[in-house]
Write a protein that binds this ligand. Structure first.
Ligand code: ADP
Ligand code: MG
Ligand code: ZN
Length: 183
């Protein structure tokens, strides 16, 4: 089998998780054997399910490190999905490569920019090695234009603040501020 890597990227609320779920569900209609993974730290909505902001859900395996995918990988699996892939370290890049080289279809979704608008590693590396790249846009909640940035609303001084409700909103380039703004 020929494997490949698909990356779905964009800001928060841009529909990355919805699109990942859509692709995985279509693979299941096609009788493909799928496994979906997500970082354990993302337990916002559910411990084991991938959940979109619009409440679409998909069963997944929570893992702490990307290499754990190899421990869980069933021999018959043909499609691997990973949500919130930016929460894994740089080693997720070689894990995706290895899976694709084995002939698996690898579909990953993640934030391409952090809350200050900087590239969110390892997304630049994944975008570079992927066969297919989809960049999604949300709607700016300030002006209504297409939004490619995630505005942090609370100051926690860290790069990773898992999106508790009200912690982030979608903003366009013009309305985004690198410093957190009170809503
Ligand atoms: P992501 O995984 O990129 O954060 P989700 O797939 O979880 O996004 O959610 C996308 C959904 O969020 C949209 O289909 C819509 O129902 C909802 N939504 C809420 N706020 C916005 C916004 N500002 N722009 C676009 N969609 C939004
Ligand atoms: Mg998501
Ligand atoms: Zn705007």
């Amino acid at each position: 089998d020929i494997g490949w890597i698909e990356v779905i990227c964009g800001s928060m609320y841009s529909g990355k998780t919805e699109e990942l779920i859509r692709r995985i569900k279509r693979a299941v209609y096609g009788k493909q054997v799928v496994q979906v993974f997500k970082p354990k730290l993302d337990n916002r909505y559910d411990e084991t399910q991938v959940v979109s902001h619009s409440q679409l859900k998909l069963t997944s395996i929570p893992i702490e490190r990307a290499e754990e995918i190899f421990l869980h990988l069933a021999p018959r699996t043909q499609v691997v999905g990973i949500d919130e892939v930016q929460f894994f370290g740089p080693e997720v890049v070689s894990v995706c490569e290895a899976l694709a080289n084995r002939g698996l279809r690898v579909v990953v979704a993640g934030l391409d920019q952090d809350y200050q608008g900087r590239p969110f590693e390892p997304m630049p590396q994944l975008l570079a090695i992927a066969e297919y790249v989809t960049k999604q846009l949300a709607i700016c909640v300030v002006c209504g234009n297409p939004a490619n940035r995630s505005q942090r609303l609370v100051d926690r001084g860290e790069r990773v603040v898992v999106g508790a409700a009200g912690a982030y909103e979608a903003r366009c380039r013009k309305c985004h501020r690198a410093e957190p703004t009170e809503a």
